[in-house]
Design a protein. Structure first.
Lengths: 298, 756, 403
């Protein structure tokens, strides 16, 4: 094997020393994003773990401009940045939002929808780790069915389904939206590359590992991410305008519980009285996959 | 007022511990308490602080503690990373979670207490290696310093710790008993606890602070210093390292060949180096590449994914390629001692070569007119052409090994002329069937030898039917030889194809060529029938329960006997050794030094000691050479110590390997086999060989796939000047993703020094 | 007499009709909101995020027209909320653009979070607020919205007329880009926003000569020297940022005064942070006002030589020195009465709070008058009621016209 060919990051565009937890998806994601997007990029970050990870005064992780902004309005701030760059002739500079699921599914949804509907020339990255992790694991509308958080604690674990963000995004008729996983780096990098070179509003939703929040072993972050894709809990697909493409079809039919069992946040579902909820997750997952396949066939 | 400052890592439970302590103090003596963390933004594993104030009166200070009476260190590794003892009062005390004795902290000139809280906690399943949760143990240890009763502590833990209360209570109990340090309660701390606040003792005019002339402001909240100034390596509790573990191909090679190594070199087209690497273990790559059962391939972890690597073909390619190159230089004789080797098979020649390379004059005595032992006499030309064998023996001779042919010698006959003698005469005598009429069966190994050396066809002619008894390589080789002589061979084997000891590829080829094999069929008796025929009585077998060897035992089916008439019966059910060389006394041959009554320095190797394949004989030869060398140099000899754990399928992350079709040897299939003894297998060409090496999983050895680099969330892996992947421990937080995602188990986790 | 007075107050006098005083100006009749939009055009605002809200809407509508007609080279974007408007303004300001927008009432309340961020990011921009309350629904004139945002760190000007709004916006860009603190220019709903009145419109060259193009500051994106803008600022640094902000804010009063004089030199209309009318040793009562009420008071006090007026144009930072200077000629027993078109849920209105702060240590009789909030009209008669009450056993705070 020619080793050098396998090294996905040729030129590191982040500085080491990120203030992320062990096994964090955020810092790995940003390493890869930055390496593809390069220095001719302005990042806009609403409140999220990344606000902290990226470094306190006077330090910064990225070798590019990073604008921190209010929780609810990153797409608006990015709109302003984009407009300014365009006015200065910097049309090729990429404006990228780095947001969590709280800043996307919940408090930021209006601004996201606004910018998407305006088809702003912005790349929106949502690291979906399924809860408000920065504030200590509180439920968001991205929190999976059956998960425990500090605001859905113990027996009060979450019993409503998360929002279908990709469905909401698809409804905006955007040039490009896709899901990606850190366990499938080639696919992820291809999508970032594609998104980089697409004009208009693009959104990538990444399945974000979070060992403290998901109550997982940090070493298992990638392994669990891979299982999420293999079990179809987190399908990899692209939406271009109204066209769906499934990017990865698991060869085996691995049940969702194979992925869930590694995550302490789902522990309670494995008790006999709650097992039926795993079946519900399975049914929901199968249904979603079926729908994707139908959409793809349209 | 008592002021305690704690130092821990995020996630170890210190903040909870201080809160529980506050509750204990509050309950105990109606103390006023104040417990709080110094909230940073650091995450799990990062150094953090917590504070606890306890006083009889209202606590009128809500700031951090800068001059504690007691410092509590929850994690020993912090001692080197954080100034934990800053401001500690002169008569103050420290409590440290460590395995080290109290004396190690004598330099502090403070009352020091230690407790092995990490061990106690992890033994009880509290937290993980990467993050031991030591709070309950530390509470127990503090209770001991203040002489708080265990009952109260355990009650508080029970009320306040939701997860694993029993284990936490036990941790506190064990810690309380495991504290080393001054006996009894710490009087200074108790006094601090009860001390009354000073009143009206200060004078305003004594206040004296520097007032800065100018304040440096911050014009705007924008900044750009590199984050790499933040060394997150000190969050790490477990340290990943690159490691080399034995691959199953290597560990299963009886010759000890570094298979993984030569496959890698071949993949890089460094063929000369690959050949040299094989040669260090095995001087017969061209031969083994043809006739070895390939234990390496059988144990290849790729079998879990699709098929093992065609290692034999790679080895054969390298051996054949080297044949075209210049010969070997003779090795220099550096020792006076001479060594004799009886038998020129793979074991004898390997031993001779190794000793020759070590500087001994070595002479090999061969009874037959040709060197090579079983390689010469037992393997048909269509599997191993003479010139291939001759070539590899020649290279050994070029190194300086003398081979004396037609010399049937024994240990006695050589006595006095050599300082050491190795017997490696193989096993060339067929095993008996132990049935009635045994004498009417010809011995297979004998047949092969006679045919190869003397072209003795035993009077067989075209169309004659031959029954062959057995299921090993000899049976197959006999059958295929007979086919080429025009006879009609049928093999009778008492088990099924699954149990056949012959090399599967050879069985496959034999079947393709037209050899019939009757399974579950065992001979019962032989008798002459007419002038030239033999009557063979066979009985049907069925597979019973597995025997001690794990193979299912064949059981005769009563009444299923049947008699067939054949022209010849050849038995090939195993071989035994001729022990002539060891002298007249009965000796049990075994690997290495053999104790003889004569006291002669005699060693034994090869098939007569163990094994039965070329590769095993080579391994045996390598070993005996080491032993003889040690013996002659007066050094102790011991076999290599047990190796680290071999990489097994469970250690391989198959997600990173795609199925890839195995490359197969090209086969020569003549239209008519009669009289055609040309080699059947043509091996593989360079392109195929290199392509096949790309299928290697690189078990247990880094092949720079880049997973560790690609998946490191902390950008803590880099390539050093020598092109190797290395971990930058300034930034590695020890998440372990690199170890988990290493496809081939070439990384491992080690506890950091501090935790050890 | 009252009728006469009110007639006086709408009599147009100089400087509005004195054309030779304003060369390179065109005289027009224009609504306050349009004057604000034209000011943004004159200042060559580059980025305008917009969201409609009564009574501000005509500002963004007019700007939209100006952009689509090619009269203003700006990026105009219809945003999804005021929160997003201000967040976008923030982004473009960091991007180095001159930003303008306008809002009102609950729009400003909604943007509160972002106002705070923009100010502490030290971003230059000018925003117009047309004052109105929020809920229960009321769309009429009220200054509680902007006054409640006093502590977000923005500079605040209150304009008396369409002309003053236009002129103040031009000065505000000069100021904001010099001190790197955002400026809110406030006008009254309807009494200004929708009131057509005479205005002198300077030509573009004149404006360009006064206001140079925006320069990059410490909070501007520079693609060659990438930075982190506004990430985590730990405790040991936070007050350093506040300190610098404080120092800059302390200079605003003097710099604004200087810009007002410079503006006069360029355009012929000098401005001061406060304006004192008829304040002297014989003045028995000074009415303190913001925005449109000022004009009415001007009219009323013509009839009462013992009554003076203190108009506050700069409100935040509160022009303490100018106020003290303006009131210095007063006699010991003079009364100061503040006219509040706001209610902030406190014992006093915002003007009184600030006046007391500014006059700390001085012994004035000070009475607060709540009048005109929620769009309640403040005719000259109301001003006279205030004057009357100020001399007739006034309370610390008094409510006028609520019976």
């Amino acid at each position: 094997m020619k080793p050098a060919l396998e090294f996905l990051i040729k030129d590191e565009k982040v500085y080491s020393g990120a203030l992320s937890c062990r096994g964090c998806g955020w810092s790995l994601l940003v390493r890869h994003l930055a390496s593809i997007l390069g220095e001719d990029t302005v990042y806009v970050a609403p409140a999220s773990c990344f606000s902290i990870i990226s470094g306190p005064y006077p330090l910064q992780e990225l070798k590019a401009n990073l604008v921190h902004t209010v929780f609810a309005a990153a797409p608006a701030t990015a709109t302003g940045v984009r407009a300014a760059l365009d006015r200065q002739g910097k049309k090729d500079t990429t404006v990228v939002i780095l947001a969590g699921d709280g800043g996307t599914f919940d408090i930021g949804l209006q601004a996201l929808s606004g910018a998407a509907a305006r088809n702003e020339n912005i790349l929106y990255i949502v690291n979906n780790n399924g809860a408000y992790m920065n504030t200590g694991i509180q439920s968001s509308t991205a929190t999976p069915y059956g998960a425990v958080t500090t605001t859905n604690p113990g027996a009060g674990f979450k019993r409503v389904w998360p929002k279908d963000l990709m469905g909401i995004i698809a409804a905006h008729n955007l040039p490009y939206a896709a899901t990606a996983s850190l366990a499938f780096l080639d696919d992820l990098r291809k999508k970032v590359e594609k998104a980089k070179h697409t004009q208009g509003f693009r959104l990538l939703m990444i399945d974000g590992p979070c060992p403290p929040g998901h109550k997982t072993d940090p070493a298992m972050s990638i392994h669990i991410g891979r299982l999420a894709v293999e079990t179809r809990l987190f399908p990899l697909f692209e939406i271009e305008r109204q066209h769906y493409t499934i990017n990865y079809r698991p060869v085996k039919n691995i049940p969702v519980e194979e992925c869930m069992k590694h995550q302490g946040r789902f522990k309670q579902l494995f008790q006999p009285e709650n097992r039926h909820m795993i079946e519900e997750v399975q049914a929901h997952t199968d249904q979603y996959w079926l729908r994707l396949e139908m959409l793809e066939g349209m | 007022m008592l002021e305690i400052r704690g130092h821990a890592r995020g996630g170890q439970g210190m903040v909870t511990a201080f809160e529980i302590l506050a509750k204990i103090f509050s309950k105990l003596g109606n103390f006023q308490v104040q417990a709080f963390p110094a909230f940073g933004v650091e995450r799990t594993g990062a150094p953090i602080q917590a504070f606890l104030r306890v006083a009889k009166k209202e606590i009128l200070n809500r700031s951090n503690i800068y001059q504690p009476n007691l410092v509590v260190v929850f994690d020993e590794s912090l001692l080197e990373q954080v100034p934990v003892f800053d401001g500690l009062r002169e008569s103050g005390a420290v409590l440290i979670n460590t395995e080290r004795p109290v004396e190690a902290f004598a330099g502090l000139n403070r009352a020091a207490y230690t407790v092995p809280a990490t061990r106690l906690s992890t033994d009880l399943g509290l937290g993980s290696k990467s993050l031991p949760i030591v709070n309950a143990a530390m509470i127990g240890a503090l209770a001991r310093i203040f002489e708080v009763s265990l009952e109260i502590v355990q009650q508080a833990i029970k009320e306040n710790v939701p997860a694993k209360p029993e284990a936490n209570m036990e941790a506190a109990a064990q810690a309380l008993r495991s504290v080393s340090g001054p006996n009894g309660r710490n009087q200074y701390l108790i006094e601090a606890l009860h001390a009354k606040p000073a009143r009206a003792t200060k004078k305003l005019e004594d206040l004296d602070f520097d007032i800065p002339a100018e304040i440096t402001g911050l014009e705007a909240p924008s900044w750009s210093e590199p984050l790499s100034k933040n060394k997150t390596g000190n969050w790490r509790m477990i340290t990943p390292t690159y490691d080399v573990r034995p691959a199953p191909c290597n560990s299963s090679c009886p010759a000890g060949t570094d298979v993984r190594g030569f496959v890698r070199l071949t993949s890089e087209k460094r063929f000369d180096e690959a050949y040299e690497l094989i040669n260090r273990f095995n001087p017969f790559p061209s031969i083994c590449g043809r006739v070895c059962p390939n234990f390496c391939e059988q144990n290849c972890n790729r079998n879990e994914l699709d098929r093992g690597l065609n290692i034999g073909a790679i080895e054969r390619f390298l051996g054949d390629r080297a044949a075209a190159a210049a010969g070997e230089e003779p090795a220099e004789v550096r020792h006076e001692e001479r060594v004799a080797i009886i038998g020129s098979g793979p074991a004898g020649l390997t031993a001779a070569l190794r000793l020759c390379e070590k500087g001994y004059a070595t002479t090999v005595f061969e009874a037959l007119p040709y060197a090579g032992g079983m390689m010469r006499t037992g393997i048909p030309r269509f599997r191993l052409p003479d010139e291939v064998l001759g070539r590899e023996i020649q290279r050994i001779e070029q190194r300086g090994v003398k081979i004396e042919l037609n010399k049937k010698v024994s240990v006695e006959s050589l006595a006095g002329r050599f300082e050491a003698i190795i017997t490696a005469t193989g096993s060339h005598i067929g095993s008996p069937l132990r049935i009635e009429g045994e004498e009417f069966a010809r011995d297979g190994i004998n047949f092969l030898r006679e045919f190869k050396l003397d072209h003795d066809t035993d009077g067989l002619h075209k169309g004659q039917e031959v029954a062959i008894i057995g299921g090993g390589n000899t049976a197959i080789d006999v059958a295929r030889t007979l086919l080429r002589l025009g006879a009609v061979p049928t093999i009778y084997y008492r088990r099924t194809i699954r149990e056949m000891p012959a090399i599967p590829q050879e069985v496959k080829e034999a079947l393709l060529e037209g050899v019939r094999i009757e399974f579950l069929s065992a001979p019962v008796a032989l008798a002459p029938a007419g002038p030239a025929k033999v009557a063979l009585t066979l009985i049907k077998m069925e597979m019973g329960e597995p025997d001690q060897s794990g193979r299912r035992r064949p059981i005769p089916v009563p009444g299923s006997e049947q008699i067939i008439l054949v022209d010849r019966v050849i038995k090939a059910i195993g071989q035994r050794s001729d022990l002539f060389a060891l002298g007249p006394q009965p000796v049990e041959p075994k690997q290495g030094y053999i104790e003889l009554e004569s006291g002669a320095s005699v060693f034994c190797a090869g098939d007569m000691a163990w094994g039965g394949t070329v590769a095993e004989a080579i391994g045996s030869g390598n070993k005996v050479a080491e032993e003889v060398h040690a013996y002659l140099r007066g050094q102790p000899y011991h076999e290599e110590e047990t190796l680290p754990e071999v990489v097994l399928p469970k250690d391989i992350n198959y997600s990173y390997y795609l199925p890839m079709a195995r490359h197969y040897n090209k086969l020569h299939h003549a239209r008519s086999l009669a009289g055609d003894f040309s080699e059947v297998s043509k091996g593989m060409d360079e392109e195929e060989v290199v392509a096949e090496t790309a299928r290697c999983l690189h078990c247990g050895e880094c092949f720079s796939c880049g997973n560790c680099y690609n998946f490191c969330p902390d950008a803590a892996i880099h390539v050093d000047e020598e092109g190797r992947l290395r971990i930058d421990y300034d930034y590695c937080k020890g998440c372990g993703i690199c170890v988990q995602e290493c496809p081939c188990s070439a990384m491992q986790f080690q506890l950091t020094e501090a935790v050890l | 007499m009252k009728k006469e007075n009110s007639q006086n107050s709408i009599t147009l006098e100089e400087p509005f009709l004195d054309s030779p005083r304003y060369p390179r100006h065109v005289q027009m009749v224009m609504k306050g909101n349009y004057a604000a939009a034209e000011a943004a055009r004159l200042c060559r605002a580059g980025f305008i995020p917009a969201y409609p809200i009564t009574p501000q809407t005509t500002i963004v509508e007019r700007l939209s027209e100006l952009v689509s007609e090619g009269k203003l080279d700006a990026t105009y974007i219809n945003m999804d909320s005021e929160h997003s408007v201000f967040a976008a303004a923030m982004g473009a300001a960091i991007g180095g653009e001159r930003v303008f927008t306008a809002t009102a009432g609950q729009g400003l309340f909604y943007a509160h979070e972002v106002l705070q961020a923009i100010a502490h990011f030290r971003l230059p921009m000018v925003v117009c607020n047309v004052g109105r309350p929020s809920i229960p629904w009321n769309i009429w004139s009220d200054q509680s919205d902007s006054l409640s945002q006093r502590d977000t760190g923005w500079i605040q000007f209150y304009g008396e007329s369409s002309q003053e709004v236009l002129d103040t916006i031009i000065q505000a860009y000069m100021l904001t880009e010099r001190v790197q603190i955002p400026v809110l220019v406030v006008l009254d709903a309807f009494y200004q926003s929708h009131t057509s009145e005479n205005i002198w419109m300077p030509d573009q060259n004149l404006a360009d000569r006064f206001l140079p193009p925006i320069q990059a500051g410490p909070m501007s994106i520079d693609m060659k020297q990438p930075k982190s803008f506004g990430g985590l600022l730990p405790p040991e640094y936070y007050n350093k940022m506040n300190y610098s902000f404080w120092k800059a804010m302390n200079q605003v009063e003097a710099i604004a005064e200087e810009i007002g004089i410079d503006f006069g030199a360029h355009f012929g209309r000098p401005y001061t942070n406060v304006e004192a009318v008829n304040i002297g040793p014989k003045t028995r009562l000074v009415l303190v006002t913001l925005s449109s009420i000022t004009s009415t008071v001007r009219g009323v006090i013509r009839s009462y030589p013992e009554i003076g007026l203190l108009k506050l144009r700069l409100f935040k930072p509160f022009p303490r020195e100018a106020v003290r200077r303006a009131l210095a000629p007063l006699s010991q027993d003079a009364i100061i009465a503040t006219v509040e078109r706001n209610f902030l849920g406190d014992r006093e209105g915002a003007i009184m709070q600030e006046m007391k702060r500014a006059l700390y240590g001085l012994d004035y009789k000070m009475y607060d008058f709540f009048a005109g909030a929620g769009g309640k009209d403040v005719p000259p008669e109301t001003i006279e009621k205030i004057i009357h009450r100020a001399f007739q056993h006034p309370e610390e705070a008094n409510w006028v016209d609520v019976d």
